[in-house]
Design a protein around this ligand. Sequence first.
Ligand code: URA
Length: 260
Amino acid sequence: MSGDSASRSRRATAQQLSSLRAAGVTRIASRSRKSGQTSSDTKSVPAPDATAATACSRSASLFNAPQSTMPRAEREEKLRILSARVAQCVRCAELSATRTQTVFGVGNPEARIMFVGEAPGADEDRQGEPFVGAAGQLLNRILEASQLKRAEIYICNILRCRPPGNRTPALEEAANCREYLDGQIEIVDPEYIVCLGSVAAKNLLGSMDSIGKLRGRFFNYGRAKVLCTYHPAYLLRNPAAKKDVWGDMKFLMHDLGVEL
Ligand code: URA
């Protein structure tokens, strides 16, 4: 790594850490999948907003956010404005020069659950929508089995541009795109964020832990409970891990009051 890129990477990490602190990222206790009880071997850190952790017990439609008061039309307008800014973005020289178009995000602006992937691939770059390729088809099947529809949830990525050759996003690229991700999270204000794969999990939570270690418990990111699971593209290569993702979806839906 050159001196320049090392210092850019240090700046990106520092920016990420301060945005994580601002968002109040904390780990909250793991729960037993069977009983929903807090496990005694995990340190419990109170959520910054303790009321958010019980939001699913409020009476509200299962798939529209009960915790935010922003009208739907206002959210749509804010997302439209942010998406127009993203379309003009040239913060990452290589990505903006090589993309066909930016891939902002899709779905319900009032979603209770937001799914965050890694970055657009070739199909997404062509169509301008996240998760429309082979991994997206598998995600659709996971959603369907979990009694969720794409239109009910919100889907976006850590990056809004395709990295050439689908390489792993650089830390600096994720830091450049973080304002847009945080903007989407603030507008949609989901109760749950599901990180698909280690790039999403590590970047959102600022963790060095493997996805295997991050699974199976909730973290907090601002007002949202965060669950990490394997990326559908990983499942295409390792079908044996599908049962783990199914367990994660059952854990999530149980917290929402739905038994799968
Ligand atoms: N993989 C991702 O992480 N995101 C997409 O949008 C598509 C594939």
